[in-house]
Write a protein that binds this ligand. Structure first.
Ligand code: PAN
Ligand code: ZN
Length: 192
């Protein structure tokens, strides 16, 4: 049986100090996810930039356990679209998730299976409740790393394939120095 344990988020840097596992996502891992392919390819040609990292604590993937991880999204854009996570639905769809902004500025774009979408700004202390059934992707809208804590049922699982196929209904972009949401021309709405 898992004993109670603690870990430490350094609030001055936004990093989880004593993580068990780190996932690195580079540009090449996000191929096809940004809207502007030309900018993506030319950026990738000059280096496989680190886009985000996920620092995880290990807990058994079973009912009753709470998985938790700190994500750090680095500042940057592909074309006008901010650096972002891949985004996913949970495999066990009726599972919610709680996000807490730790450092920096960003936002979360969500969608349900009907293609409804909602964007929420995030800054230090923002507490976001991602309702069951809603896919979620976070973006860094600032010029410093954006860090947040995520807590979710350990058995939730991550379905990346659906998002790889359909995308999100909206893109989070910088236009005239402002963060804006624009329609994603490549979004594929689920028909069944
Ligand atoms: C988060 C995400 C994390 C990375 O912990 O997994 O921010 O995003 P992707 O998983 O979309 O690459 C979470 O939502 N867990 O369920
Ligand atoms: Zn999730």
């Amino acid at each position: 049986m898992l004993k109670p344990f603690s870990s430490l988020i350094d609030l001055s840097t936004g990093f989880l100090k004593d993580y068990d596992n780190k996932v690195e996502r580079r540009l090449s891992n996000l191929k096809g996810m940004f809207s502007d392919n030309e900018s993506f390819e030319s950026m990738l040609a000059s280096g496989d930039t680190l886009v985000y990292e996920v620092f995880e604590k290990k807990v058994p993937e079973e009912s009753g356990q709470l998985a938790h991880a700190v994500t750090v999204i680095y500042p940057g854009k592909v074309g006008i679209e901010y650096f972002m996570t891949k985004g996913h639905f949970h495999v066990k769809e009726p599972t919610a998730e709680l996000y807490l902004g730790i450092k920096g500025q960003g936002g979360i774009i969500t969608q349900d299976k009907e293609g409804n979408s909602q964007y929420l700004d995030m800054s230090v202390g923002s507490l976001v409740y991602v309702s069951p059934y809603w896919a979620h992707r976070t973006v860094n809208t600032s010029d410093e790393p954006f860090s947040f804590l995520a807590v979710y049922p350990a058995e939730a699982g991550h379905d990346y394939g659906t998002i790889e196929k359909m995308g999100f209904p909206k893109l989070v972009v910088e236009q005239d120095g402002q963060t804006s949401l624009v329609d994603n021309p490549k979004f594929i709405k689920k028909t069944s």
